[in-house]
Every structure is written in C-alpha cells, then in structure tokens.
Design a protein around this ligand. Structure first.
Ligand SMILES: [Zn+2]
Length: 194
C-alpha cells in the first residue's frame, strides 16, 4: 500500500464505480478502481509486479519488453519525467488496454534485439495501430518527416484558443500540426487500471 498515494477520488459520468487517481512510487499517475486500491489488489501502476505469471520481471531484473513498457508509461504519465513534455505533456497517451502489461505483450510480442518501440505517427498514441518495434535507423529516417514538438506554453495557448471557440482546423494550421493532434489535446482520454 505504501507504493501508491491516492490524489483524488473520481467518478465518471454514467459510471457507477468510484475511481481513485493515484500516484505510484515511480511517479506514474494513473487511475484505478477505488475498491481495488482499498482492498490492496492494486499496489502500484504495474511497475512492481514481480511475481506475475508472465515472467518478465523479478526483484532485480526486467526483460527488455517490460522495460520498454515501463518507459512508455513514464513518458506519458509521469509529469516528473524529463521526457514527459514531449509525450504526456503534448497529449500523447497510453491506450487503456496497455495499462496492463500482459495486454501490451500480447499485442506487440517480445521486443526484438536492437529495436525500440516506435510510434508510426508521431502525433498518435501508444496503441497497437500506431506502434511497431523498429531499429534506430528506421526511426531516424521516419523522424525527418514528422511534425515538430510543442514548445512550453503552446499547449496552454492551444487550450485557450479552443476555449474561446477557435476551430480545430485553424489552430492546427497555426501550429503546423494535424487536426487530430488538436483534438487529442482537447480530449484528455480517461485512463483506468486494475
Ligand atoms: Zn509505478
């Protein structure tokens, strides 16, 4: 239980279950069913599941696949992570399904040697339709065509513009990005785990 801290109690519209917004000891912020937090079933964001059947982690070792999974969550869900501003900070999310390691493993398979996880569309999320294991060489050649990363303060400005009713298409043109990127910023997707 000492692994996580409950930040806030939440309940979504049309859902009768209570959720808890939690901060894991590793810094990842995630949502879990409140009942699972209270009964001790959810002890972390998943980073300390040593004894799981998948065999990808022990007390002192993590498989390359498990390591990639942890790093994705850090980038997208830990505001204290140095890389957060390039991922979570600009609306890049981890799909709900991948908040559970077994699902990530089933979708992506084991990480081949010499590769890291690559998002095909740089403005897309970490989800099966947008991810592949790729070598650095492939990733670099892909990156040159990709959109630029938002600077500090730009997300804030985009949210302001949305609030005052400026069309997503117009904002996308202003920031030289795609309309889906703007809608991602608008619709922070709900995450749940456990
Ligand atoms: Zn964690």
């Amino acid at each position: 239980m000492e692994h996580i801290k409950v930040l806030q109690r939440t309940r979504s519209a049309g859902n009768y279950m209570w959720y808890a917004l939690c901060k894991c000891h590793c810094g990842v912020i995630f949502e879990a069913r409140e009942a699972n937090v209270k009964n001790g079933h959810t002890k972390s964001c998943g980073c300390t599941q040593y004894d799981k059947k998948h065999g990808h982690t022990t007390l002192t070792w993590q498989s390359p696949t498990y390591n990639s999974w942890c790093r994705i969550k850090q980038r997208c869900l830990n505001p204290d992570s140095p890389a957060y501003k390039y991922y979570g900070g600009r609306g890049i999310m981890v799909c709900e399904r991948w908040m559970i390691f077994e699902n990530f493993l089933a979708d992506m398979g084991e990480r081949p040697k010499g590769t890291t996880i690559d998002r095909i569309n740089n403005d897309g999320h970490y989800e099966l339709s947008n991810c592949r294991w790729a070598t650095m060489k492939i990733q670099c050649s892909n990156k040159r065509q990709r959109g630029s990363i938002f600077k500090d303060g730009e997300i804030w400005l985009i949210k302001r513009l949305l609030k005052v009713g400026v069309k997503q298409k117009v904002i996308a043109a202003m920031f030289k990005t795609s309309q889906p990127t703007i809608s991602i910023i608008k619709l922070k997707r709900r995450l749940c785990y456990g």
